[in-house]
Design a protein around this ligand. Structure first.
Ligand SMILES: [Zn+2]
Length: 339
């Protein structure tokens, strides 16, 4: 049996293989990176579930621990290959978002290694991102059937409250290849809003979507509490969908887009990525505004030296406002609602 969080907190990184009742093989590939393989079965999909890309977001890691406990207890049957990743062990140990750099800004393209971007600058996360990317590449190299679907859920949570407690960010795709089955799937996990990203980024979900052809999603799962103090009951609907993803041979999907679009999901597109350009950068609203707070025509949102961002026409919604990022980094997103 693997105790996921204990393992990660001790930074155990040696390769170890365990077999559960001759039907499931579990391999620790590196610190916080585990491969789960059903033995003597034909899989229908390959699944990556990642959590803890930011070290202060413990709830999704606790959720993943619950999931693998169910596998080890044989309460659920693993029918699909699963790569389970805890992204940032050292930041988790420190209870901080990051050690040296935001790990979710380091997933450059396959051939575009961090070394080419002045590796020393990215410190611990610069090394860690290469371990994670290597594990993902190996996971798909070992696939026995390249035709079957691939899924990646990158699970986060946030200190800031949100008008939609569970929401997702769909990575940008050049060909607008958005799979409505996938949207339906995450809605069944309790996700109430989806943001469609408007540009290539360096996030983990963009990386797996673009370079490994996964249906990928960054998912924000409500409010963050420190390790051991998260209420997993609130996440039971998410846990059930994770179980479905790795155990069901068929995922229930809507028959048509028409059937799906009658859903309750709220859709947004990115109107503007807010970049902090100077030390004078400041938001012109209270620190505790919720994600998806609306700003109407004429409202001022932020200022940066001489620049003032004022809503011109359509209302905009703010997510991830953070004035404390480094200069040159993203300080938030402004969204438009899709009708
Ligand atoms: Zn996060």
């Amino acid at each position: 049996m693997i105790r996921l969080i204990e393992d990660v907190l001790k930074r155990v990184s040696t390769t170890e293989i365990q077999v559960i009742s001759s039907h499931t093989r579990v391999t620790r590939l590196n610190c916080g990176i585990y491969l789960f393989e059903p033995l003597n079965k034909t899989c229908q999909r390959d699944v990556i579930i990642s959590s803890g890309i930011h070290g202060n977001e413990a709830a999704p890691i606790e959720l993943c621990e619950r999931l693998i406990n169910l596998i080890f207890e044989e309460s659920i049957v693993l029918n699909q290959r699963l790569l389970l990743i805890v992204g940032n062990p050292l930041a988790l140990i420190r209870g901080e978002r990051q050690v040296d750099y935001n790990l979710n800004r380091l997933f450059y393209g396959v051939d575009n290694k961090v070394e080419n971007h002045d590796s020393g600058r990215f410190g611990y996360e610069g090394e860690r991102v290469e371990q994670v990317k290597k594990a993902v590449a190996a996971f798909f190299t070992q696939v026995d059937n390249n035709e079957r679907p691939r899924y990646h859920l990158d699970l986060h949570c946030s200190i800031r409250r949100s008008h939609y407690p569970f929401f997702a960010i769909h990575p940008y795709c050049q060909d607008s290849r958005v799979d409505h089955d996938w949207l339906y799937f995450i809605e069944q996990a309790g996700v109430q809003a989806t943001i469609f990203s408007n540009e290539a980024t360096n996030t983990f979900s963009f990386f797996t979507h673009t370079y490994h052809h996964c249906q990928s999603m960054t998912v924000e799962l409500g409010h963050a509490a420190p390790l051991g103090r998260n209420n997993l009951v609130d996440l039971s609907i998410v846990l059930q969908q994770l179980i479905n993803l790795i155990s069901k041979t068929t995922l229930l999907m809507p028959a048509t887009w028409r059937e799906y679009s009658a859903s309750q999901m709220h859709f947004f597109t990115v109107a503007k990525t807010i970049i902090k350009n100077s030390a004078q950068f400041e938001f012109l609203f209270k620190d505790d505004v919720k994600n998806f707070t609306i700003f109407h025509k004429g409202c001022s949102v932020y200022k940066d030296q001489q620049y003032l961002e004022c809503v011109k026409d359509k209302p905009v919604y703010i997510v991830f406002p953070n004035k404390n990022v480094q200069i040159g980094q993203r300080a938030g997103l402004l969204l438009n609602r899709l009708q």
